[in-house]
Design a protein around this ligand. Structure first.
Ligand code: PA5
Length: 422
């Protein structure tokens, strides 16, 4: 389902280094599986895939059928973990039955204005997602969008067009939902924002938009079983976590998640939140960055090839695309590209990957590749769990609590002071 190729680490990671780091991996594994490490209260994502009830999936799918019958657009309001997994999944899979518009992830007035403009005349259902229920960006966007809906609908019709995903008891959103009688889905207490894509945070809006949430969960269940054992040879997820720490200790402070598939763009954004918030603390942490090729080969390619050698690269490859496009023969061959006529775009794309990975390696950038057999919901669910567990293990190897994010509060305090919040 997923393979990890590490041949282009040769010379950077010497034999024996995995054995040396193994005790830290084992400690991380025990912290996670015994739920007794730092931040243990937020490790519920570990068994989450197998805990998801089929009855919950059925309930969500019947809500989705109702929404799809009565709507032409969905607005998903949320930020960080309450936004990125939804967008990553929707953009990776493409299609869906209803378009998703996103709000609450920025405070740009022009953005919101354009969004409201494009909703005019469209039957709309809103899903507002916030674990804390108090985050400024989605809260104020929800105020505006709620008013917008109130101008068009009332009574039961209005009520059924607002769906909340939040904490079971706490937070302003829970209070509003209770007061107004909105339908509400619960985010488990023991799963933090950036680990929440497989909770109602991701599953409810994605089902509403017509994505295959059952396969997403199934893929994660397979990953949960596959990455359960602490064995660096058999467990690719642990091997990846260990290798990135070995590279970090050698001064490779930046990890670039790179892909030749543009549908990976938001998966990389999700990855950056996952690893950035989990590891970037106490003066430590690999800086997670991302590049989408070939676009970025013609901008950041220079940097990757020749800049400061403080970077390693992890490619996300897709073995079999859904469709291929054949390059046509041209009788005159004025552009000189008949030498690839008859070949598929995917053939050329894969050669571009091979060439880039070799060139970067020779230029001093160790790189690995995670290859998914297919770009579908099953494989994406698997990849989400792979990265979540790798992140938990990697954070513990690094020596931090991978499940808190104290630094996120700093800007909020200053912003509240500037806004005059009492
Ligand atoms: O990882 C986290 O916990 C945060 O980045 C949150 O996802 C983000 O701040 C949104 O929080 P909430 O869902 O409480 O509105």
């Amino acid at each position: 389902m997923l393979t990890l190729n590490t041949r282009r680490l040769e010379g950077f990671v010497v034999p024996g280094e995995l054995d040396k780091i193994f005790p830290s991996v084992l400690r991380a594994h025990d912290f996670l599986h015994k739920h007794n490490g730092p931040g243990a209260g937020f490790t519920g994502w570990l068994e989450l895939p197998s805990r998801i009830q089929d009855s919950f999936i059925q309930e969500t799918l019947s809500l989705a059928a109702e929404v799809q019958r009565d709507s032409e657009a969905i607005v998903s309001i949320g930020i960080g973990g309450s936004y990125l997994g939804i967008r990553a999944t929707a953009e990776f899979l493409g299609g869906g039955k209803l378009p998703i518009y996103y709000a609450g992830h920025n405070i740009s007035s022009d953005y919101l204005h354009r969004l409201l403009d494009s909703l005019k005349g469209k039957r709309t259902t809103v899903v507002v997602i916030s674990k804390s229920g108090t985050t400024t960006e989605p809260a104020i966007a929800f105020r505006v969008i709620k008013k917008f809906l109130e101008c068009r609908y009332n009574g039961e019709e209005l009520k059924k067009r607002i769906i909340c995903v939040t904490d079971e008891k706490k937070g302003a959103l829970r209070k509003i939902a209770g007061r107004e009688g909105y339908r509400c889905f619960v985010i488990p207490d023991d799963v933090g924002g950036r680990y929440s894509v497989l909770t109602p945070v991701g599953l409810v809006p994605l089902a509403m938009a017509g994505f295959d949430i059952a396969s997403l969960v199934e893929g994660a269940r397979k990953a949960q079983a596959e990455y359960a054992l602490c064995d660096l040879e058999k467990n690719a997820c642990y091997r990846y976590a260990a290798l990135r720490n070995i590279l970090y200790r050698q001064g490779k402070k930046i990890e670039v998640l790179a892909s030749f598939y543009p549908e990976v763009f938001y998966v990389a954004e999700w990855f950056k939140q996952l690893f950035g918030e989990s590891e970037g603390k106490q003066g430590l942490g690999i800086f997670p960055a991302s590049l989408i090729m070939s676009t970025d080969l013609h901008s950041m390619g220079q940097w990757m090839q020749e800049a400061e050698r403080t970077v390693f690269e992890t490619f996300v490859e897709i073995d079999k695309p859904h469709n291929d496009v054949i390059i046509p023969e041209d009788t005159e061959d004025l552009d000189g590209f008949n030498y690839v006529a008859g070949k598929g775009f995917d053939f050329v794309n894969k050669k571009a990957y091979e060439a880039t990975s070799a060139a970067h390696f020779e230029g001093g950038v160790p790189n690995m590749a995670i290859t998914l057999c297919k770009a579908d919901a099953l494989h994406l669910g698997h990849l989400y769990y792979f990265f979540e567990k790798a992140c938990g293990v990697s954070g513990y190897i690094l020596g931090v609590n991978p499940f808190d994010q104290p630094g996120v509060e700093a800007y909020k305090k200053k912003m509240f002071a500037l806004l005059g919040k009492r």
